[in-house]
Ligand binder design. Structure first.
Ligand SMILES: O=P(O)(O)O[C@H]1O[C@H](CO)[C@@H](O)[C@H]1O
Ligand SMILES: O=c1cc[nH]c(=O)[nH]1
Length: 236
């Protein structure tokens, strides 16, 4: 048991799929896992362990923003020997070339947060996805014809009230998407020699405010969950 995860040793599989929202964790466990059981519920941040196509896997929510994801990822790695973490999140589409029906695979993540500099002696840390997970994800997407776009992303501390110059700066640098956790996830994974990958689904076009239709959003979410789960079982 750790301060924020009331599970027992061995309750988590080596690989944890991580949405921000605890109810999304429940939905993934109920829809895709067999023999799933809830292993923790501190602060209603639900975690489940079950089986996907015979492989033992866990799903646990990480909440919103860098402080929250950092607490859960730290405790999963150091307290429960988790080795692989795959985020399944939502984001704002930034680059004009993003098709909101695609799963966005974050090859890296810049950030507005000072946290990575604090961890990295004041320098700018290049937070990148684990290369093996990335190439397995690419292979799965190709073989299973899951529409996906691979590229750089941005982890912002603020959901509302973005500074005026932020979106133009992100577009200039071909940033596909903005969200709130990936750079911390990648940095913590590197620090602890774990593996991490972040998959995203656009819930809004950050430039225009356009939102996908409900059905399109559901399809994209399901594609993202499938891509994460298939990458997890491909990556042993
Ligand atoms: O849908 P999730 O995974 O929570 O991701 C996005 O949604 C939240 C903001 O609404 C932030 O956590 C952001 O990163
Ligand atoms: O700007 C945005 C839009 C969607 N989700 C985020 O986290 N940030």
């Amino acid at each position: 048991m750790t301060p924020h995860i009331n599970a027992r040793p061995g309750d988590f599989a080596d690989t944890v799929i991580m949405p921000g929202d605890p109810l999304r964790a429940q939905r993934i466990a109920e829809t895709y896992l067999t023999d799933a059981r809830r292993v923790c519920d501190t602060r209603n941040m639900f975690g489940y362990t079950g089986y996907y196509k015979g492989k033992r896997l866990s799903v646990m929510a990480h909440g919103m923003g860098i402080p929250s994801v950092s607490i859960y990822v730290h405790e999963l790695i150091t307290g429960f020997e988790v080795k692989t973490l795959i985020r399944v999140g939502t984001c704002g589409a930034v680059d004009d070339g993003v098709d909101m029906r695609n799963v966005i695979v974050a090859t890296g993540a810049g950030t507005s947060s000072s946290v990575n500099r604090d961890r990295f002696g004041g320098y700018d840390y290049a937070a990148v996805a684990d290369f093996d997970l990335l190439r397995h994800c690419w292979t799965v997407a190709q073989h299973q014809q899951i529409p996906a776009q691979f590229g750089n992303t941005f982890t912002n501390d603020l959901l509302y009230d973005k500074p005026a110059g932020m979106l133009p700066a992100l577009r200039k640098m071909n940033i596909l998407a903005v969200e709130m956790e990936t750079s911390a996830l990648y940095t913590l994974a590197a620090q602890h020699r774990a593996r991490a990958l972040s998959l995203l689904t656009a819930c809004i076009n950050s430039n225009t405010g356009e939102e996908p239709a409900e059905e399109q959003q559901q399809t994209a979410l399901d594609n993202m969950f499938r891509l994460a789960l298939e990458t997890a079982i491909f990556s042993d």
